[in-house]
Design a protein around this ligand. Structure first.
Ligand code: TYM
Length: 337
């Protein structure tokens, strides 16, 4: 069966990149009646980069409310928190024991951290915890626990899904005895928005502090953030290169092809940056305002969200518990009689 699965790390406020790269395509895909969908809050992943409990707690609430406001139907989709599924860290260990250290050495997130240390003349592993190092194994467990076939993500996650395939293949080879224990997951990427740029034109990312929040702060914050998108100093009337900053790409993520062509044409013909930001803002408001209203209603009732997640965890565990038992058996962790 087709199984769609994706998660978001609960370290911050959901931004346009999360929405366009993961949430929106995942929800669209979940409308496929032939598919089962698994959407979750990656809160164990959050502990790798964040030791502020209040921030983690708040982020879990915001991200859960965002999924629901964006149209996730928890009666049709498995919607849960990673940390409510104890089978996931158990599977992580089984996978850890079949994953080469060399593979983890090549993981982007770890490598990026060592490169920064090296550039600063420090010990390459300074300040790096084992969570960051083994991050792709926990993610592999998220995916393989439910035998996901399709994983919609932004481009920055592609390598992790390839690694999950490696782990699945190795595990099948060692313990499958001819049977496919794990299905090999495939990545689903919307090329047009696989890397949504942030305010400074680099990838929109919590770590670059260049994000545009999806709902938090309301229209006022959205307007203020759009105002901070970096542009050059060309005056109104001067022709502009639509690709010289993030505006056109952000616009494109929320507009039709025609609207987009018009927008870029207007820039080439001298539309002022201020006016261009106004038009982007209007386009964003049009898409986000109805969902924001939902979001605000949801976030005001954390206990309702908690109930939804509790039910989601129960449903997800009804799949995870028997499957983990099978995996334990496959590796030799069996009862003696
Ligand atoms: P995270 O929390 O960094 O991001 C969540 C999703 O948003 C996408 N994304 C973007 N897409 C386009 N443009 C951007 N600027 C942008 N920024 C973020 C990410 O690609 C991701 O799809 N490790 C994952 C969470 C995770 C997961 C999983 C995902 C844990 N287990 C299993 C899929 C399957 C992460 O930290 O994503």
């Amino acid at each position: 069966p087709k199984r769609i699965l994706t998660g978001i790390t609960t370290t911050g406020t959901p931004h346009l990149g999360n929405y366009v790269g993961a949430i929106r395509p995942a929800i669209v895909a979940s409308h496929d009646a032939q598919a089962e969908s698994f959407f979750f809050l990656a809160d164990y992943h959050a502990l790798i980069k964040c030791d502020d409990p209040a921030r983690i707690a708040r982020s879990r609430l915001e991200i859960a409310a965002t999924w629901l406001a964006a149209g996730l139907d928890p009666t049709r989709v498995y919607f849960y928190r990673q940390s409510d599924i104890p089978e996931i860290p158990e599977l992580t260990w089984l996978l850890t024991c079949v994953t080469g250290k060399g593979l983890m050495n090549r993981a982007h997130a770890y490598k990026a951290a060592t490169d920064i240390n090296a550039a600063n003349g420090e010990d390459v592993d300074a300040g790096i915890n084992m969570g960051l190092y083994c991050y792709p194994i926990l993610m592999g467990a998220d995916i393989l626990m439910f035998n996901a076939t399709h994983v919609p993500v932004g481009r920055d996650q592609v390598q992790h899904i390839e690694m999950a395939r490696d782990m699945a293949q190795r595990f099948n080879h060692l313990f499958g005895r001819g049977e496919e224990l794990f299905v090999l997951p495939q990545v689903v990427i919307d090329e047009a928005v696989a890397t949504l740029p942030g305010l400074d034109g680099r990838k929109m990312s919590k770590s670059y502090d260049n994000t545009i929040p999806l709902f938090e702060g309301g229209p006022k914050r959205l307007k203020e953030t759009v105002g901070r998108i970096v542009t050059d100093s060309r005056a109104p009337g001067e022709p502009k290169d639509p690709q010289s900053n993030a505006l056109a790409t952000l616009y494109q993520a929320f507009a039709s092809a025609e609207q987009c062509a018009e927008y870029e044409q207007a820039l080439r013909e001298g539309l002022g940056w201020g006016e261009a930001k106004q038009r982007l803002l209007a386009q964003l408001e049009h898409a986000l305002a109805p969902m924001r209203e939902q979001y605000e209603a949801l976030i005001a009732k954390p206990s309702d969200i908690e109930d939804v997640l509790q039910v989601g965890a129960q449903r997800a565990r009804s799949i995870a518990t028997p499957f983990l038992a099978r995996l334990r058996d496959a590796v030799g962790l069996r009862r003696m009689s």
